[in-house]
Design a protein. Sequence first.
Length: 454
Amino acid sequence: MKFPMWCRTILFAGLSVGISADEEPFSFVVMSDIHGFTPLSFKPFDNSTKIWIESERILKNIKNNYGGGEFVVMPGDSTSYGGMSDAKIASKLGGNLPHYDAIYQAGVNCHSSTKELFNSAGFDALLPTVGDHELGGNEGFRVETIEKKLSTVPAYRQAYVDGFFRDGQQSGPYLFNTPVAGAPARPVGTMFEGSSFAYRFRNVVIISVDAFRLVGDGDANYFDREQGFGGEGAITCDVSGDHLAWFENVLKSARLDSTIKHIFVEAHLPIIQPVRKVNCSGQFMDGADKSEFWKLMNQYQVDIYFAGEVHSNTVSKTKEPNSSLIQIVSRSNRFGGFMTVGITDDQIHVKHYNEIGDKWRFNNQYEEDGSLHISKSSEEISIESSGELKLLDDSVALIRFDFEEITPLGTRQVLGFHGDKTALMANSIDIDEVTCNKSLENLGSFGKQYDAQI
């Protein structure tokens, strides 16, 4: 497929131009929804724990053998606080701290340890974004919920900021403070001034956006039925106001800098629908592809928007005719897969790797099963995709069965479907006391992720 290219022309009169450091090829890794680092909340920097040992082993393997490259982009939910009450977290820290202080300490422990873990594996920079689990989990966002966490969400967010970006100290220097093409790297003066940031590496800009906004004073659930906004309690998911103005300023400034060739944005939630989902709450961004957030990405020709949340992989292209913006929603649950992004001055090559092996997790073996290639080498941008990263065709049925062929369950992998957790691919599953060991293959564009177990 080919699309018009938003381009700039630079004229060199009589100059011999070599490859500068900014033009040298490099790569980075994308891992969303790892959901693995919660134990570090209670045993910070402990390299004898199972999660540290396994994670470091896997990360070093990715870095050294799968083109792991320079840094890691992590679109949210690196931890799993949603399954733990504030009281339980306080108890696991000894029970002597008030809930607010315990949440803050646990979060700082976890996030600063996570950063050190990635550094120890050879990744010099870790670029996370806020997921609902970093804020305690979206089930705690509702006002009437017994285990509501609205009073401690500020502690969760501050711990995220201080753990990842301030070396565990609230008064410490912020890690990503360097202006990007003259634009402020952070939305100072907003509730997101520590949790949203922009970062430049060579010819690339990456903008990490915290999209979880407390509505008003947080004393009432927010749900605009007419617009279809909210529905997640007192916290909604959008980018608006001064936060949005900062975002546009970064995009505009980056596009005026001829040395910046590619722009990537990460936030936790998918924008384009539909997307595949696996065992998740299925949160969404207010306004979806009609939101100002998405419109700005189209306007300033963002290359890829990375998201997570839904624990599955879906690649979609914008419907805007003058944009080639791609949304990639991916999963890395407990290192079950990851993506590498290769960069040159006029090429972006994304590869997806899926875990293989005999164990249900931590096999530390991967095979490439998907590719997305964006070329800007001519006046038109071309996009090629295949396998797990094949562009979704939503003009046809997503789920379709012809009921002609029944195959043994486990013939093709359904991501996240581990059965009794003895293997990556389940051979049987009990549904309403009926054992299913066969399946009907989904012939729709959602593919094998929606095979039917029978």
